[in-house]
Design a protein around this ligand. Structure first.
Ligand SMILES: *Cc1c(COP(=O)(O)O)cnc(C)c1O
Length: 379
């Protein structure tokens, strides 16, 4: 049944549902923002100078809260940028491909393609550097992650790019690869757009992580980059100044005007995440939600999911009806039952339930109850 504020459950892949407490707090603060002591400053957050003390306090708190939540080590910079995940597909090679240069002066980056997003990253990077395809799961329809021991890693690559959660295909790394153990001295770059803050990150294996905020952190418009300090300062000459990680880092993400309102909303979300008990508590809750949904799918005669058990996403759960002629009826009934945006991505078809941090267990219970009832009445 509907959530506390009587809204339906929203399973959108992104922009996605946000915690209701966060939306309510933002509504209360919209016209006249209060500081930590509760004193109202006479302005809304959208109207503040990004260099004023009010916004700087919001920014500093957001950065500190995120650093604490994700246990980001002190030698990593947190950058609040714009452009989204797709812009990062260009910005990462522009900034990192020349970490190591060969005689041709052109850097090299390797890609492990496990779905639509890493496929896009691979194609975009080829505009800026040489690329290698270390492995791809395309032949079997992106339902598994090629075993890291089989990856064809190029000698002299600056970095290896993976998408640690494929939002469309529902494929997630449950352990990040250890490139050093694989005999590579390349940096690992992860696109964690759709599972950031749903689980912990082993930073010892990661050189750079990026993600758009609109899946699991806040509204669209904010792009998070976490990068180890020693990787800064290698950008290609053609890299736009506003997107040079070193320039952004030196200016505390204020070389140009940052997406102030999106940072504020993400900051409120970080505080909400802390109130939930932090990342360990969220990871346990996310695991419970995903288990419930996959069990309902696997245990049914009508629904199925194609992804191998060991790499099923906890955040994005695609599933299909064995009788596809029932798809429209399933979606219409779901809407009536207060379950929104379950239609699968157009490239994959079927259904997809995105169950990010803001989706309560009760929402997944409502979905599985509806699925069960739909199967019973259409069996
Ligand atoms: C949504 C998404 C992107 C693209 O983000 P934009 O903000 O639309 O550019 C990239 N990678 C992954 C894994 C995503 O889920």
């Amino acid at each position: 049944m509907p959530s506390e504020m009587n809204r339906p459950y929203n399973f959108s892949a992104g922009p996605a549902a946000m915690p209701e407490e966060v939306l309510a707090q933002a509504a209360d603060e919209m016209l006249n923002w209060p500081d930590a002591s509760g004193k109202r400053c006479g302005m809304g957050v959208m109207e503040m100078s990004h260099r004023g003390k009010e916004f700087l306090s919001i920014y500093t708190q957001a950065e500190a809260d995120l650093r604490e939540l994700l246990a980001v080590p002190a030698n990593y910079k947190i950058l609040f940028m714009q452009g989204g995940g797709l812009a990062e597909n260009a910005l990462v090679p522009l900034n990192l491909s020349a970490l190591k240069e060969d005689a041709s002066g052109k850097g090299l980056a390797d890609f492990v393609v496990t779905g639509s997003w890493s496929e896009k990253s691979h194609a975009e990077a080829a505009k800026y550097c040489r690329t290698g395809l270390a492995a791809t799961g395309k032949a079997d329809g992106f339902v598994s992650i090629p075993d890291a021991s089989s990856w064809q890693l190029s000698a002299g690559a600056s970095y290896v790019h993976i998408c640690s959660n494929e939002t469309i295909n529902g494929v997630e790394y449950h352990t990040l690869p250890d490139l050093k153990a694989l005999g590579s001295d390349a940096e690992l770059v992860i696109d964690f757009s759709s599972h950031v803050a749903s689980r912990s990150v082993d930073w010892s294996r990661v050189g750079l992580a990026f993600g758009g905020a609109q899946k699991n952190l806040g509204p669209a418009g904010l792009t998070l980059v976490v990068v180890r300090e020693d990787l800064l300062g290698h950008a290609l000459d053609i890299c736009p100044s506003a997107f040079n990680y070193q320039t952004v880092a030196k200016n505390d993400s204020m070389y140009n005007t940052p997406p102030t309102y999106s940072i504020y909303m993400a900051g409120l979300t970080f505080q909400w995440l802390k109130r939930q008990g932090g990342i360990a508590a969220l990871e346990a809750a996310n695991l419970a939600k995903a288990d419930l949904l996959y069990q309902a799918i696997d245990g049914s005669g009508l629904y199925f999911n194609k992804v191998q058990q060991d790499c099923r996403s906890r955040m994005n759960v695609p599933f299909f009806l064995r009788d596809e002629s029932l798809n429209d009826a399933f979606l219409a009934g779901a809407r009536e039952a207060g379950l929104l945006q379950l239609k699968g991505h157009k490239s994959v078809g079927g259904m997809r339930a995105s169950i990010y941090n803001a989706m309560p267990l009760a929402g997944v219970q409502a979905l599985t109850a509806y699925m069960h009832e739909f199967e019973r009445s259409h069996g």
